[in-house]
Design a protein around this ligand. Structure first.
Ligand code: FEO
Ligand code: CA
Length: 648
């Protein structure tokens, strides 16, 4: 039987969380700080009648599929920033027909995904540690740009199938400038959020931004290229999907589907570079070539440059408060199709970072640092990411689990299996995880830790090809996805994440809950017809630790992607409710709350990305619906008209 918590305990926790957040600088810090804070605050909390988490009271919207977005009644959902919007005084106004790489590098990028919010003080400064209040009306929005859809960005293509082969050098350069990340100052005035154009914090990271490799694989021979014999200097980041934040005020952005930006066939380098042939084949290189950058830029052809691709697929950390800071690719966190990153930092204990690898039958990972997190060390805590052990998860059918270390010389990670040092283990993380016997999962998307309970949630979006089921992936031909709950040892609010064992549970089996349906979804009691969803992807937690789940690919089931929310404990656990819906062709990404819980930013990615849709005849011209203007991926700011907390 699950323990329930008193409302006063919860309320005290929120105050304590917010006190802790003051000045540290990140909305996701709550997750990072939970363990230690909760341990201390519950001791001083009086015991009052058990009430549990406040219920979600918004009126649900129906599941539908149309040209625009929808939010629950009583809320405003206004477009804040769109692909091509100006970030600097020097930025040209957006014009899809005149788009250039130099213009794009000064504008908001394409296909917005992960969002993080970092507060600024009223005078526009970074809050000082432990001193300034966090600001819920002025901050930095950090937004990933995952990929590009040439057939919706440029004239002349009938659809995605002919845009790869047809693309020219100028368009490729626009695509490279549209990837990466945007940092933009935002302010809320009169209840409405807007972008501060030309704020000194505004910045773009693109495929031209210099970055540094750090950690055990930095400088490794397999990271050296003709352009960079040091193996430590890389131009650019790509495939930036989800991410995470740290308590010391930095962002982690994932490099996910980098393989689509490379050309060439692994079998053609088998003789000369057998190790790289195995590596690239494990990622499925060859035959994709969706963007065909390799035709104009030889570094993206693995037959020309077998190691350049090894410099992508990492987790990248940077400091959004310093517009000149150098992003760092943290090799100790492994190389795979990184999706999200959930950092758990408890004072005086090792730093923990959870991550998922979004691929069919791929794995869930956890990094534990060698040294301990000390809040007073501020930004110096970043060095913790360079020294530690990466683990991969094995889920047993009885509800237990084990984190298996990926260390050179142990568990078969030896020269006999193609590993000569720890650099090899990290560059070939997927192969190392195969060798140690990790559990193949149904496409791990986002992973996030509830700041109130310390439970960790993994979105498994789908795996239609699954034949052999197991406890943690219980449905064959899983077209709908599910969410697994990882329980680190301890009780809610007191979980020890720096350990190598865990328990797990199924939080939701997505799909139609009708017992006569093919999916036979499983949710909490009392779910409505609007409340079920398919294909969970990004996750966020609100002020009270309620889960908000964004989806990708529900249109295959003839309704929109969007946002669903639920409590994670108590009688309404997993009773998901439908809050926001996307325009057709779009998936929803990046749900991100301000620390006061009164604003919610969401990223509407790839509107009109459908068959029979293109630049001239898109299936929607969201968000502006102007003739001749293509659909534009955009961040939407959601607020409540009565000024209260989102969801209540
Ligand atoms: Fe970029 Fe796995 O979603
Ligand atoms: Ca995703």
């Amino acid at each position: 039987m699950k323990k329930r918590e008193s409302f006063s305990v919860l309320a005290t926790r929120f105050l304590t969380r917010r006190d802790a957040l003051k000045g540290i600088g990140a909305v996701g810090v709550a997750a990072a700080s939970s363990g230690g804070l909760l341990a201390s605050c519950s001791k001083e909390s009086p015991t009052l009648p058990e009430m549990g988490t406040p219920p979600l009271t918004f009126e649900e919207i129906p599941r539908m599929l149309d040209a625009t977005h929808h939010v629950a009644p009583g809320y405003d959902a206004r477009v804040l920033v769109s692909w091509g919007d100006r970030l600097f005084d020097a930025s040209p106004a957006f014009n899809a027909d005149l788009q250039t790489a130099s213009a794009q590098s000064l504008q908001f990028g394409y296909n917005n995904d992960f969002i993080a919010y970092f507060p600024l003080t009223d005078s526009g400064k970074e809050p000082a540690l432990g001193m300034a209040p966090d600001s819920d009306t002025r901050g930095l929005l950090c937004v990933n740009h995952e990929y590009t859809n040439a057939y919706l960005m440029f004239r002349g293509y009938s659809g995605w199938k002919d845009s790869g082969a047809g693309i020219n050098r100028q368009q490729i350069e626009v695509e490279m400038a549209a990837h990466g990340h945007s940092i933009l100052e935002v302010q809320k005035q009169g209840g409405t959020w807007s972008v501060e154009v030309d704020s000194p914090y505004n910045r773009r990271l693109t495929m031209s931004t210099p970055m540094r490799m750090t950690g055990p694989a930095a400088g490794h021979a397999r990271l050296q290229t003709p352009a960079d014999p040091s193996g430590t200097r890389v131009l650019g980041t790509m495939g930036n999907c989800a991410g995470g934040v740290t308590p010391w005020g930095t962002v982690l952005i994932a490099e996910e589907n980098f393989r689509y930006n490379f050309g060439g066939y692994p079998e053609k380098i088998q003789e000369a570079h057998p190790r790289e042939a195995r590596n690239h084949a494990r990622f499925g290189f060859g035959g994709h070539e969706r963007r065909q950058w390799y035709r104009e830029f030889p570094r993206f052809n693995i037959e020309n440059d077998p190691t350049e691709a090894n410099r992508f697929g990492w987790m990248v950390e940077f400091d959004p408060y310093d517009p000149h800071s150098e992003p760092k690719k943290r090799t100790a966190l492994g190389r795979f199709q990184h999706e999200g990153c959930s950092v758990v930092a408890v004072e005086g204990q090792p730093l923990v970072a959870y991550a998922g690898d979004d691929g069919i039958d791929e794995y869930v990972y956890k990094f534990i640092s060698r040294n301990n997190y000390e809040a007073a060390n501020g930004r110096a805590n970043s060095d913790l990411f360079d020294d530690g052990i990466l683990y991969v998860a094995r889920f047993y059918d009885d509800g237990r689990g084990e984190w298996l270390p990926l260390e050179f010389g142990r568990n078969g990670l030896t020269p006999q299996n193609g590993f000569d040092d720890q650099g090899d283990v990290l560059i070939d993380t997927r192969i190392a995880a195969d060798v140690v016997g990790a559990t193949p999962m149904d496409r791990p998307e986002d992973i996030d830790t509830n700041p109130v309970t310390g439970r960790t949630y993994v979105s498994l979006t789908k795996n239609k090809g699954r034949e052999k089921t197991d406890g943690a992936n219980p449905r064959a031909a899983n077209a709908w996805g599910h969410i697994v709950e990882i329980l680190a040892p301890g009780d809610d609010g007191h979980r020890d994440h720096a350990t190598t064992n865990f328990n797990w549970d199924i939080f939701v089996l997505a799909g139609d809950p009708d017992p006569t349906s093919e999916s036979r979804g499983q949710y909490g009691e009392g779910i409505t017809d609007a409340g079920w969803f398919c294909n969970p992807d990004n996750i966020a937690f609100d002020y009270y630790g309620r889960i908000w789940i964004a989806t990708d690919n529900a249109s295959l089931f003839d309704f929109h992607d969007g946002l669903w929310a639920a409590e994670t404990t108590g009688p309404r656990r997993a009773q998901t409710r439908h809050f926001f819906g996307c325009p057709r062709g779009a998936e929803l990404c990046g749900p991100c709350f301000t620390p006061d819980g009164k604003s919610l930013f969401v990223a509407v990615q790839h509107p009109a990305d459908e068959d029979d849709s293109n630049f001239l005849k898109p299936s929607t011209r969201w968000p502006n619906f102007r003739d001749n203007e293509p659909p534009r991926p955009s961040v939407v700011a959601i607020t409540r008209r009565d000024g209260k907390l989102i969801g209540d």
